[in-house]
Design a protein around this ligand. Sequence first.
Ligand SMILES: Cc1cc2nc3c(=O)[nH]c(=O)nc-3n(C[C@H](O)[C@H](O)[C@H](O)COP(=O)(O)O)c2cc1C
Length: 316
Amino acid sequence: MPLPKLLKDNLSLPVICAPMFLVSTPKLVIENCKNGIVGSFPALNIRPQEKLDEWLSGISNELSQYKHANPEKKVAPFAVNQVVHPSNSRLQADQDLIRKHKVPMVITSQGNPTDIVKDVHSWGGIVFHDVIKTQHAKKAIAAGVDGIIVVGAGAGGHGGHHNPFALVREIREFWDGPLALAGAINDGQGIRAAEVLGADMAYMGTRFIATQEAQTPNEYKEMLVQSTIDDIVFSDHFTGVHANYLRASLEQAGIDVAALTSKDHVDMDLGNTNSWKDIWSAGHGVGGIHSIPNIEELATQLINEYKTACQLESFC
Ligand SMILES: Cc1cc2nc3c(=O)[nH]c(=O)nc-3n(C[C@H](O)[C@H](O)[C@H](O)COP(=O)(O)O)c2cc1C
């Protein structure tokens, strides 16, 4: 099944810049979309909640003006991430604003997307759901989602546990619809590799933190450049769901990494916690990050690498 027209016709690269708590800003979203990459942000990034209205107007207006002034350019749609776990107390209020602005794409994670799918389809929007397990993919498909985001082991944020080779191929046995792969994809080679594996798109987070437009402390960006895969700690201590963190940021916050225990309940109400401010997340792909470009430079680099990778035929 091909990608929905909304994506197929408007992208320069098959890439979604993933939503990232405390990292994604309107600037990051807009610059990605202007460069033909889907830009996204978690609704939970915005406090107070009512300010989401302002963010959505700002992003929609700037992108439609840019499209009008540059009719020859591919301008990607933007997406808002809704954490659909019951502990997200803002879900309905955020969804009301998403409906008001007819957001073109919604990315759901951590729960049952059924109600969101019905709502978003009412204005012709699309919903991709984020999964780390085959059974979650089956439930999301039953809920009527338009695409599945397969989050493999080593992804930034709440990374999965399963090998992406195995997980994508297993999900492809029952789902021939749009599929994006996440987890340690940093460059054009990785984007192409995701396609060869059976994905239609790459879903990239960590690489976009080390950019000029990401609104994170410079120290965080520098830490990404300095770190390698061995500097990543996978723990469910903070939210009750396993996530990948930069060891140096935990140590800097005075946390004894060796003594981390599991949290006994899931708490996804990120809007109520400051922990992600000082404790920084990143995926296994950090070893491939060597620079802090702006989005236009990064997009150009990714396109060039992707084109080169597409020409590699090897033993084909
Ligand atoms: C700092 C950070 C914050 C994140 N916050 C969210 C979030 O709020 N909602 C969500 O669905 N995923 C979140 N993620 C996961 C990403 O959307 C995406 O799945 C992941 O970054 C992809 O793996 P990669 O970082 O290895 O490219 C976050 C990831 C990072 C690194």
